[in-house]
Each structure stands twice: as C-alpha cells, then as structure tokens.
Design a protein around this ligand. Structure first.
Ligand SMILES: Cc1ncc(COP(=O)(O)O)c(C=O)c1O
Length: 375
C-alpha cells in the first residue's frame, strides 16, 4: 500500500477564501475550481449552509454523546429513503465506514480479498478485524478468482472489498465480474467503499452496486455524505439485520461522538436536494461527457465513463506539473497527482480534473482552451 495522502497529492495546499463553488476565492484569487469531491458543489449551496446554521442555533454543536437529535435522525431517515433500505448508520466520517462494515460483518467471513489499490480507509478497516488479508491485482477479476482458489480452505467464506469508484483515476470496479467470480462461494460477501459513487452513479444515485445492477444478500456499501451530498460523515445504508450486527460487533457508534449538528443538518439537506432534483445528476453527466469529449478532441485519451473524476495520464511530450502550473496562472485549478501520490494513483504522473454539475459551459471551454494552448 502506498503511503501518504493529501500532502503528496496536493503539496501546494490551498486555503479557501469563500464557500466552495465552481468559481471561488482561493489564496486570495478568484478561480475556476476543478478539484476535490463536491461534485454538485453542495458544500457551498445556500440551502445547505442555512440548514447547518439554523440547526446549530437550535441544538448547538451536538449531543456530546448519549443522546440523539432531530438533525441526526433526519439524516438516517433521508438516507434510508435515498438508498431504499430498511435503515442506515450515520457516523463521524466516511473513512471509518469501511472499518464499521468490516467489523459488523466479521462473523460472516474468514478471509478478506481486497483490490490492492483500495483506499487507505479500506486497508485500515479490514486490518482492524484481525482477519487474513489477501490483496488482488487492481480491477482484475481473474486474479481475484485465482487468489480465492489458492487461499480459501474448504468451507471458508471470502469477503471481497474494493473502492466502487477510485478517487484519482475514477475507475469503476468491475462488480459484475466479481459477483460471477464469487458464485462458487455461496455466502461470499462483497463490500464497496462507495465514497465517490454514492449520489453520482446508478439510476437513483445509489452507487456502484446499483450502477452494475447488483442487488441482494451479502452486498454492502459504505458511503460518505462528505462528497457528492455536500455534508459530512459516513453513511452505511442497509437492512435491520445489518444494523443489529453493527450494534453487536462495532464500538464506533457508541464510543465516538456522532457528527456535529451542522454536519448532520447539512447532510440531510444535501440528501433532500439530490433526491428532489434528479436533473442535477443529468447535468453532471452532461458536463462530464462534454469535458471527456473536449479532451479527446485535443488528442488526450480519456475513459468513456460517467464519473466526474477525469484523469489525464502522463503524456510523452509534456510535463504535467507545468501544465497544472500554467492553468493556475490562468486562475484554473486542477490537481496534479505525482506518481504513486495517493492510494490508487498511477505509477506515472497525472492530472485529476473534477467536473461539477455547476460548472458552466464557459468554464469547461475555458479549461479546454487553456489546455489546448499548454499541450
Ligand atoms: C475512496 C475513499 N474512501 C473514503 C474516504 C474518506 O471519506 P470521508 O472524507 O467522508 O472521511 C475518501 C476520502 O477522500 C475516499 O476517497
């Protein structure tokens, strides 16, 4: 597993001067913002901000353990509706969601098979269970098949875990293939870290399982409300049975404070907005498609995908760091990812362009024009 994180991916870390948006103040300059994970820029939406302020005025910062509050209950209700599950568990961060899921299900599997470039949170989560962990090659269902055959004793049950959408490259895990590979293992489990998938893919925005048409027993996801939904905190939607397993096997909900009132109210509002406005997802896909088509016209090879993370990988003739700096001079911010600079970063340098539903066509064109001049 690669080390590091934010520092390596963004050594020139930036300071906000305004609420997050497609155009915002950063380090004292107004810029077109194409970084991060707020795919609908709901973090800066006035409705989300107002919900956080109003709830904080009414309930203060939070219950300081041992109580719940209407905003916390509202998140669970809205997440349950959004994901069409019986219930949901809301916790302080998406990072801890993988740990919560792996621990909750720990009576149900023996060995964990994990995509080798899964997010740090996946590795930290599965290691906390003390189970054997076998990495398989990135996105490689055939390698998974082989690792299952080589490492499982008769009657042992596997848990397969991976990011649903990878944070740097935007790759979608081949879940239908994983399910096919799991067929001989009757009770085999599949758990997705769906932080970048929830709110984004699937007909109803329910994430990678929905996107790949996978339903039913032993299929789980841990999501976050800190990205597409414009709030903060981890969300694990699921059955009542899963919630019972969480109460039985996991100490996080009892041992850690819940998300703050502001975070809960903002998250509930983000869930409400995205549920009531499916056209925001259509707009996101339209912007993503526009950006990918525009890049291809510049001769840059990019995947054909609905994911708003557009990865431009190493080009023979240009230094991508210089391209990123050139864009910055034009007040356009994209992320430069050094080789191996994040959990799934390629071994060569790349640019990560985050496309938002709120980017205007002028902004998308401005970025494409600037890239054309720099490449
Ligand atoms: C794949 C993945 N999982 C989990 C997380 C952590 O989510 P949160 O920021 O809600 O803690 C991130 C954060 O960027 C991520 O990229």
């Amino acid at each position: 597993m690669k080390r590091g994180g934010q520092q390596e991916m963004a050594p020139d870390i930036k300071t906000m001067g305004s609420a997050l948006g497609p155009r915002m103040l950063i380090d004292g300059r107004e810029v077109d913002y194409f970084c991060g994970t707020s795919y609908y820029t709901l973090h800066g939406d006035p409705r989300v901000i107002e919900a956080a302020c109003e709830a904080t005025r009414q309930y203060g910062m939070g219950p300081a353990t041992l109580m719940t509050s209407p905003p916390l209950l509202e998140v669970v209700k809205r997440a349950t509706e959004f994901f069409q599950t019986e219930s949901a568990q809301y916790i302080i961060s998406g990072y801890l969601g993988d740990m919560l899921l792996a621990q909750a299900l720990s009576d149900d599997y023996d060995v964990v098979f994990v995509d080798a470039t899964s997010h740090y949170s996946v590795f930290d989560g599965i290691r906390s269970t003390g189970k054997r962990v076998i990495p398989f090659c990135h996105l490689d269902a055939e390698d998974l098949r082989q690792k299952l055959q080589e490492n499982l004793k008769p009657k042992q049950t596997p848990l397969v875990m991976s990011d649903g959408v990878f944070p740097v490259t935007g790759a979608i895990a081949p879940l239908r293939e994983y399910v096919e590979v799991l067929t001989p293992y009757k009770d085999g489990l599949l758990c997705m870290d769906d932080s970048h998938a929830v709110g984004v893919i699937g007909e109803k925005g329910q994430g990678s399982l929905e996107h790949c048409g996978i339903q039913g027993k032993n299929r789980y996801l841990a999501g976050t409300l800190s990205k597409a939904f414009g709030g903060l905190g981890g969300i694990i939607p699921g059955s009542r049975e899963l919630m019972e397993k969480i109460s039985r096997n996991v100490r996080i909900p009892n041992g850690a404070s819940p998300p703050s009132t502001a975070a809960a109210a903002a998250s509930a509002m983000g869930l409400k907005i995205l549920s009531e406005h499916p056209e925001m997802r259509t707009q996101l896909w339209s912007n993503v498609s526009y950006m990918r088509t525009g890049l291809r016209r510049l001769g840059i090879s990019v995947a054909d995908s609905p994911i708003p993370i557009v990865s431009v990988s190493a080009l023979a003739t240009v230094d991508l760091k210089q391209v990123q700096q050139g864009l910055k001079k034009e007040d356009i911010l994209v992320a430069y990812v050094p080789p191996g600079g994040y959990s799934d970063a390629p071994d060569t340098e790349s640019l990560r362009i985050a496309v938002f539903s709120s980017h205007t066509q002028e902004q998308l064109d401005r970025l494409l024009d600037a890239l054309r001049k720099l490449l």
